[in-house]
Design a protein around this ligand. Sequence first.
Ligand code: FES
Length: 142
Amino acid sequence: MSEDIYREMILDHYRNPRNKGKIEEPDIRINDSNPLCGDEISIDLKVEDEIIKDIKFDGRGCAISQASASMLTEMVSNKPLTTIKEITKDDILENIGLTNLGPARIKCALLSLKVLKLGMVKYYVDKDPSSADEMKDQSKVF
Ligand code: FES
């Protein structure tokens, strides 16, 4: 796909975000911010039998951060929780399709993935401490 198509896709997700909002009584609620700009994203998840039954994000930020969060919720919706462990920085950058982002913009694109991985730390901390440690390490690379 050409970069123009990716730009269109980003604007579409920014203007019409998928899965935006809050879940009442979520199983996981987590938020974090981009240290460079202070913009925050929160993510709520409803989990049943280790499957992500519902996911919503909220918060503010630039088009890249909001579009990336919207796309990420679509990527993991109705998938096993373990899918989150497998998603890498490169998967996100490939998904948004902008290969020439500078380091600051990369942080915008990865904010929602960082929040999601931190959510997994919270979820696994009592259930499976070694998975929690693994997710903690993964969230630090952003
Ligand atoms: Fe704040 Fe992109 S400028 S998240």
